[in-house]
Design a protein around this ligand. Sequence first.
Ligand code: NAP
Length: 284
Amino acid sequence: MEPLLLDGNRVATEVKDSLREKVISLKETGITPCLATVLVGDDSSSATYVKMKGNACAKIGMESRKIHLPKETTTSELLEIINELNEDSTVHGILLQHPVPHQIDERAAFEAISIEKDVDGVTSLGFGQNSLGFGEYPSCTPAAIMSIIDYYNVSLEGKHAVVVGRSPILGKPVSMMLLNRNATVTTCHSYTENLKDILSQADIVVAAVGKPRFIQGDWLKEGAVVLDAGYNKGNVGDIDYEACYEKASAITPVPGGVGPVTISMLLKQTVDSAEKYGVSIQNS
Ligand code: NAP
């Protein structure tokens, strides 16, 4: 039987449609949700991602402010910019595009973002809160994966979810979010032994490896739900899509799966911040 296609474009469109309405209402109260993006250096992929995020903001009536800093920027110069954005009441979300140039202490830069504006879920406080299940803004790609799961009513309770990857922005937070929803979670990484055996027991697979077509169809259990967060050159994900399609009961495509929902989560979290933080500024 053909697997259910977990259509990220469809999920993202619904999220953005509801945000458009919210943005109109917020504007009527004098608040225009605004995402500040900070790009350091000239990496062309990063520049494209920042541009896409700016365009996505415009499409739903939000503002975006692009701060483009030279590649020689120091950590303290970057921290100063982030602090200015923290203080700016017209900015509701801050996104520091990563990776940043090697001379910058990336962790220090992330930690400088105030928790109210950490709409990309990159601070350790945001990560810790979300791991405990009460945080404001989770990291956007894990939030996108959870949105797709909820939109398609994928059952999590008691299921074995295997996450391949443990990065701070993806593998680790999505593992915690699945655990908080009562899945039994195994998080795999480059030191994991017997990856294929572990995957063969997975009801739910999250691919977050950063290696094109890494996960093979014959590693999967028949009927597994497969969520591919990967995005590699040539528009391919981290799974061998055609082979995994044969085994899965539900699967995200690349492109058109997790990617578009990730951007809509960034917009949603910025609008949520404007709703809370913007209104409180106005009333203070
Ligand atoms: P990352 O920081 O490079 O992390 C990759 C993870 O995969 C690491 O934890 C690494 O293990 C693990 N890994 C590498 N080789 C492995 C192997 N042979 N077996 C098992 N695990 C292995 O990547 P990321 O930032 O999390 O991104 C992962 C993927 O998601 C990429 O394709 C990226 O493009 C994509 N992505 C998509 C979006 C979106 O919006 N759709 C957003 C962000 C990222 P170690 O920890 O041991 O090194």
